[in-house]
Design a protein around this ligand. Sequence first.
Ligand code: ADP
Ligand code: MG
Length: 238
Amino acid sequence: MASVELSNIHKAYGALPVIHDVSLAIGDGEFIALVGPSGCGKSTLLRMIAGLEEITDGDVSIGGQVVNALTPRERNIAMVFQSYALYPHMTVAQNMGFNLKLSGETKQVIEQRVNEAARMLDLTKLLDRKPAQLSGGQRQRVAMGRAVVRNPAVFLFDEPLSNLDAKLRVQMRSEIKALHQKVQTTSIYVTHDQIEAMTLADRIVVLNQGRIEQQGTPIDLYRQPANLFVAGFIGSPA
Ligand code: ADP
Ligand code: MG
């Protein structure tokens, strides 16, 4: 795991500015929820941290090192999306081990890490199945397993549960929480679900039109929202 620091990040798509001077320090092992309305720039921020999107201005540091010039692979980050993007022709075990194989790990190391992650995510009995033989929740767990086996410095989640039904979302929420308690990997979790943010995060960062409106612990934001926008989002009765 590693700290993540955003320093005066700006992003424009062509002439359209979408992120304005965002600075944020995330501690080693911390779980941050990044919330805000659709189109406010959450995915863009995550993609810049992951190295999937060019930064217009500013620095991203991981573990104290500026990583602007590093490729996604060199940043040692794992990203979990809502579309699981599992390979349909591969088994669960092969899907989970694929990235390790690309990195040139040996068969023994891959098997050991896949088994360990499978135990953590209750996938041991499903390792020989193909994605088509899994439920939505199981597929999401495989997608998380694929991230866990790489033992990344940082997890980035982009609304990973938004495709699941309400009941499954609640269950997966507790699984993500349990996973974080085990691996303690620094996590940035994008969601537009305020309850998800409140239950999972050490700290919530509220983004609005590319700017940070407020950040704080869930209880701080709930009790003392800085403005009506945050109050509306976190749902304080005040
Ligand atoms: P969120 O994830 O919070 O919904 P995004 O980061 O996806 O927001 O988008 C932020 C803004 O940037 C939106 O106005 C969106 O239309 C725009 N945007 C996102 N990706 C691109 C792109 N590849 N090219 C041009 N505009 C984009
Ligand atoms: Mg998004």
